[in-house]
Design a protein around this ligand. Structure first.
Ligand code: SF4
Length: 655
């Protein structure tokens, strides 16, 4: 008996055909689904050297192994392709309700190859899988087109629709794919690949049952987790005090944070809870990664999570998630936008368009949030690019003539909003910024102020505050991402309780992390393996943060899949997936050793104020130790033959 759907849908956009393929049991056993299945399929089927925006690239939407089984917080969607932004492996993750809809149509994943002559969308339900004309929706923003496509389909079941906005249609290399009006698979330029294929949307309205080996056992685990989550209550009105907590964190030793505390915080405020903490603790980059808390004066008040929570009209829950860290809010009297509703801005968006730009204007951030959702653009990349542009303008590298009259000064909310609009629409000065900060700085100069890692702009957590994060940003096959591992995450997870080789998280002086050491290499390896396992199960990052004793991933997998494996076995699945992603990069000529942190992100020159004052990283040395821990060449980052064979990868890739 298979406890996965066992099939993938293959859509050839050039030929206009749709077919299905079996997913062999041994492949599922080795990599599950999610990013694991995507890595397996894309490694095998994208030819070396394929143009990321050409017909040979493949765009995959893959559901998680636990999605739809009754397991909680397991509804994340994995989107993968060869990244046009980095030229290597690309993937993005997204909440919402799209992921279970793939399985309800009878598939573990849907893969698109080729390029359509005219705009199309895929419609799929229990009995139909066909391409339909999308010319009428081309040119509409993501929110508008999602609504219109859903209305026009007129199916009995409300279709789940994933769609690109204007940025994706324009093949902006920082564009993403949107569902539910604001949940976005944003990273790696996945939206540009969809746009290059002239694929406007994917609409799913299936209702097939999703298999699960032991419903009762899964239900019992979910009841236990749900009860713990529902008991958690947080006193309101203390959001403003989180800044004090951040100040304390900035001077305290590294301390494992209990998983339940993090979930309590996210349940109450969502990710904006991190704003004051980030500003004061050194976690949140300020002034294009060159400033400290003194430069961001007043912003802990401007972005007080209590203020943002008061604007929330309804909480937003992704599929199967009782946490509901998201929210929707009405927009009233906002001088920067005529839109009346938006998803609550996430921490990454607020940090990017707030302290990173020294912008204390919450209205402008709310407006930009809705613009990016509608345009379908990655807020992390967009914010880093605008920060570079402002710094270049300040230093005279970019002139007012070149910006078309935009006064690009720190905190100039009006200019920032206008520039984002241009980037989405590929117009004016924004047209030169919409393909990422690396390309923009190659055209205008100011490369030393262009914050990117291997071509992708980094997430809003300061590497100088967390040397482990620095290693993940560099070694991640889709570099620059912040979701693969962090010290605070490792401290919350208690991985050593499920994995025999994962070191325990300990209270220790922060200084220790700044000296390269093998224990931290095992920590970063364990963190990466567990994150890939979570992604392939469809789990959320914030579920991981609850720790293994609250969100019981190993128990969930055993119950839902009818297995009886220990944590070591599952960690090896994560390790295998990470190896395949790295091998994808090697196959496509993406050199892992060429990926480095910008000097500023390593503390060169060191910051002059705040908790990161004087901090410098020795990332190259720690990266070599991380690669060695993975069984990869410590100089080149290429997986060694014995590692690849131990993980059974050659056999997995045979036809
Ligand atoms: S914790 Fe937040 S992002 Fe994660 S699944 Fe739940 S609602 Fe979605």
């Amino acid at each position: 008996m298979k406890y996965y759907m066992g099939k993938i849908l293959i859509v050839d956009l050039t030929a206009g055909t749709v077919s299905s393929e079996e997913v062999p049991q041994h492949v599922f056993d080795a990599v599950l689904t999610g990013k694991g299945l995507a890595a397996w399929y894309l490694y095998k089927n994208i030819p070396a050297g394929a143009d990321p925006l050409g017909p040979d690239n493949i765009l995959g939407f893959v559901s998680g192994a636990l999605t739809g089984t009754g397991a909680l917080i397991c509804g994340r969607l994995a989107v993968a392709c060869k990244s046009p932004l980095t030229g290597g492996w690309g993937d993005a993750s997204c909440g919402g309700i799209f992921s279970p809809a793939i399985k309800q149509c009878g598939y573990d994943g849907i893969f698109f190859k080729g390029i359509s002559e005219k705009p199309v969308y895929l419609y799929c339900d229990n009995t139909t899988a066909e391409l339909r004309d999308a010319s009428a929706y081309w040119g509409m923003d993501a929110v508008e087109s999602e609504i219109k496509i859903r209305e026009d389909i007129k199916s009995q079941k409300r279709p789940c629709v994933a769609v690109i906005g204007t940025a994706g249609e324009n093949c902006s290399l920082i564009s993403g794919i949107v569902n539910e009006g604001g949940r976005i698979a944003a990273r790696s330029g996945v939206g540009a690949v969809m746009g290059s294929k002239k694929l406007k949307a994917v609409a799913l309205a299936g209702s097939r049952p999703i298999p699960c080996a032991d419903h009762e056992a899964v239900k019992a685990l979910s009841k236990e987790l749900g009860t713990r989550i529902n008991k958690m209550k947080f006193p309101s009105g203390v959001g403003g005090m989180l800044g004090l907590g951040g100040t304390a964190l900035g001077i305290m030793p590294s301390t494992p944070l209990p998983g339940p505390v993090t979930s309590l915080i996210f349940r109450h405020w969502g990710t904006p809870s991190n704003m004051p903490l980030a500003i004061t603790s050194g976690d949140g980059p300020i002034k294009n990664w060159s400033g400290g808390p003194k430069d961001a004066k007043g912003m802990t008040r401007a972005y007080n999570p209590d203020v943002i929570k008061r604007m929330e009209t309804v909480k937003y829950h992704c599929y199967s998630c009782p946490l509901g860290c998201g929210g929707k809010m009405k927009i009233k009297g906002n001088p920067f936008t005529d839109y009346t509703e938006t998803h609550k801005p996430e921490y990454e968006t607020i940090e990017c368009f707030g302290p990173l730009l020294l912008n204390g204007n919450l209205d402008s951030v709310v407006a930009i949030n809705e613009m990016l959702s509608r345009g379908g653009m990655d807020s992390i990349s967009a914010g880093n690019i605008v920060a570079w542009a402002i710094e270049c303008y300040e230093k005279g590298i970019i002139t007012k003539e070149q910006t078309g009259g935009l006064e690009l000064t720190w905190g100039n909310a009006e200019s920032i909003v206008k520039l984002v609009e241009q980037m989405i629409n590929r117009t004016g000065f924004g047209a030169d910024l919409t393909d990422g900060v690396k390309r923009a700085s190659e055209k205008y100069g100011g490369k030393e102020y262009a914050m990117h890692v291997g071509g992708q702009e980094p997430g809003m957590h300061d590497t100088r505050n967390d040397p482990q994060l620095a290693v993940h940003m560099v070694t991640e096959p889709a570099p620059g991402k912040h979701t693969i591992g962090m010290a605070i995450q490792y401290g919350a997870m208690s991985l050593s309780d499920i994995c025999s080789w994962a070191p325990p998280a300990r209270i220790h002086g922060k200084g220790r992390d700044y000296i390269p050491n093998e224990e931290m290499a095992m920590i970063s390896k364990a963190n990466a393996c567990y994150s890939l396992l979570t992604d392939s199960a469809g789990g959320c990052y914030y579920a991981e943060m609850m720790g293994v004793h609250m969100w019981k991933l190993v128990e969930y997998l055993n119950a839902a899949l009818g297995w009886n494996y220990d944590g070591d076995h599952y960690m090896e699945i994560g390790e295998r997936i990470q190896n395949i992603r790295q091998l994808f990069n090697i196959k496509h000529g993406f050199d892992p050793a060429a990926v480095v942190l910008p000097e500023r992100m390593k503390g060169n020159p060191p910051l002059s104020n705040g908790p990161l004052k004087g901090r410098r990283l020795r990332t190259e040395e720690q990266v070599a130790l991380h690669w060695k821990a993975f069984g990869w060449d410590p100089v080149t980052g290429v997986p060694l033959k014995e590692t690849v064979e131990r993980l059974g990868i050659p056999a997995l890739m045979e036809e």
